[in-house]
Design a protein around this ligand. Structure first.
Ligand code: SF4
Length: 57
């Protein structure tokens, strides 16, 4: 019972940022990108839409 005080359910969580790189086929880990070498911060943080992004199949 006491343990449940420290656990969260999916309903209690709010996703605030999903980087566009997550579902891009050119992404390589957290920082790597097959197009740019390293993901530009503005694309990784969704500040701008990446012109090279392609949805992963
Ligand atoms: S091509 Fe653009 S969207 Fe795809 S991983 Fe690289 S920076 Fe991110």
């Amino acid at each position: 019972m006491a343990r449940s005080r420290f656990e969260q359910t999916a309903e209690e969580m709010t996703v605030t940022l999903i980087p566009q790189c997550n579902s891009c086929k050119f992404g390589k880990g957290y920082y790597g990108c097959k197009v740019y070498g390293e993901k530009p911060l503005k694309y990784r943080k969704n500040k701008e839409i990446c012109p090279s992004r392609e949805e992963r199949a």
